[in-house]
Design a protein around this ligand. Structure first.
Ligand code: SAH
Ligand code: SF4
Ligand code: F3S
Length: 436
């Protein structure tokens, strides 16, 4: 028997890439590869890349520069680039980086086994098609190995929204939903392998239409699976938050009280220029309706500062919206010009203006986040324990509200949802005591 070949996958970008990296590892498992967490030990290195901002895309080329040394030591090492940079710049990567053996886009990775064979035969392989054969259908069933308690499950991919700043509609293609029966089958397999929490993923997950009842219908069917205790979904677009999904937040016990609902800006002028197709007022009304269904729901958002044309008044409108909503968590970015997107044609704001606005915005968001975390002290929350903490005897998990929580607990707590009284709030996590 030949020794297994080793595959090292490095993942950048969003959760959908995390899911894809797992599936690519599984797809290459059939070719005799096993995963390794050491690059210098690998027979193949795959970079699963992100194109969302300029810095993310640059990382690929600097990482490839570092990998050259490994290839010098081991000429049999194969190097592949997958993900959104592969999709956007595949041919350029092939030209600029001769050490790259294969480039595979996010919609073609079920073809990796054939590409691997070509590469082993000394060829270079590039596949950035949007093939008609659905990659999810062609992938093998997931192996039955024991899994960590929380898992991602991609149910929808691509985006038809074309926000003026964003590359995703180009790198991931048009919106596609996986049929509900496939998703339910994959969810049952995950639960059998020890998973108790599933996060449904999609670039616009609430536009999911693979079930007659939309995402809410899928969630209600998933909730019937014994052993699956928690359901989450991300990322949602405000315009696709329909009544059924809001209602599910009110009465589906397994659906967790946390919602990532990116708004990007609080200025109607900017929202229009960004092609977001809603106003600040409509977002606030929506938040009100969601909170009426589930008053303790914790909201999270993404923000872009310094979109072309953003004035001080536009920026202040974003600060006002943040004050009105009170976010429990948020991600914020300076606008980054992406080639090929409509906003790339417009004059950019000075870097200093963007930096100053971002700092003020982040200070406000951090203040809100800390206030909400401090407010958890004294409350009892349910925690899904996931792994041992850094301090002996401590275990780490996530509360219903997605806060990281550490508490003294037995090793057997991993995979269980247990009540914890919160006793302290740090900047990034909460501390608590297990309630016997
Ligand atoms: N589908 C999701 C977002 C995917 S991208 C949604 O619609 O909310 C994740 C986040 O990256 C976006 O919400 C946005 O805040 C940020 N982003 C996308 N393109 C960007 C750009 N060109 N510059 C800066 N931030 C960007
Ligand atoms: Fe990008 Fe907008 Fe689509 Fe989100 S909704 S992925 S920000 S184009
Ligand atoms: Fe990045 Fe592609 Fe995700 S651009 S954010 S990896 S969809």
């Amino acid at each position: 028997m030949t020794a297994p070949r080793k595959l090292f996958v490095k993942t950048y970008g969003c959760q959908m890439n995390v899911y894809d990296s797992e599936r690519m590892t599984e797809a290459l498992g059939g070719e005799g590869y096993v995963a390794t967490d050491k690059a210098d030990d690998a027979d193949m290195i795959l970079l699963n890349t992100c194109h969302i901002r300029e810095k993310a895309a640059e990382k690929v080329y600097s990482e490839l520069g570092r990998l050259r040394a490994l290839k010098d030591i081991n000429p049999d090492l194969k190097i592949g680039v997958a993900g959104c940079v592969a999709q956007a710049e595949g041919e350029e990567i092939m030209r600029r980086a001769p050490l790259v053996d294969l480039v595979v886009g996010p919609q073609s990775y079920h073809r990796l086994p054939a590409m691997d064979r070509a590469v082993r035969a000394g060829e270079r392989a590039l596949d950035t098609d949007f093939p008609l054969d659905d990659k999810f259908d062609t992938l093998t069933d997931r192996p039955k190995a024991r899994r960590a308690p929380a898992a991602f499950l991609t149910v929808q991919e691509g985006c038809d929204k074309f926000c003026a700043f964003c590359v995703v509609p180009y790198t991931r293609g048009a919106e596609v939903s996986r049929p509900a029966d496939r998703v339910l089958r994959e969810a049952r397999d995950l639960v059998e392998a020890g998973v108790v929490e599933i996060t449904l993923l999609g670039q616009n997950v609430n536009a999911y239409h693979g079930h007659d009842g939309g995402l809410a219908g899928l969630i209600r069917d998933l909730a019937k699976i014994d052993g699956l205790e928690r359901i989450r979904f991300t990322t949602s677009h405000p315009n696709d938050m329909d009544d059924a999904l809001i209602a599910a937040h009110g009465d589906c016990e397994k659906l967790m009280p946390y919602l990532h609902l990116p708004v990007q800006s609080g200025s109607d002028r900017m929202l229009k220029a960004m092609n977001r197709k809603h106003t600040a007022e409509q977002y606030l009304k929506l938040v009100e309706r969601i909170r009426a269904a589930r008053p303790d729901l914790l909201l999270s958002s993404d923000f872009i500062v310094g979109f072309p044309g953003e004035t001080d008044a536009d920026f202040e409108a974003t600060m006002d919206l943040i004050r009105a909503v009170e976010f429990g968590q948020a991600y914020s970015f300076k606008y980054s010009t992406r080639p090929g997107t409509p906003a790339a044609e417009k004059p950019q704001l000075p870097e200093g203006v963007m930096a100053e606005r971002l700092a003020r915005l982040q200070a406000l968001l951090t203040q809100q986040q800390h206030a909400i975390q401090d407010g958890m002290v004294g409350r009892t929350v349910k925690v899904l324990f996931e792994k041992p903490g850094r301090i002996a005897g401590q275990m780490i998990g996530k509360s219903d509200y997605l806060h990281a929580v550490h508490a003294v607990a037995p090793a057997a707590a991993v995979g269980q949802v247990l009540p914890v009284r919160i006793t302290s709030a740090g900047p990034n996590s909460l501390g608590g005591e297990l309630i016997a």
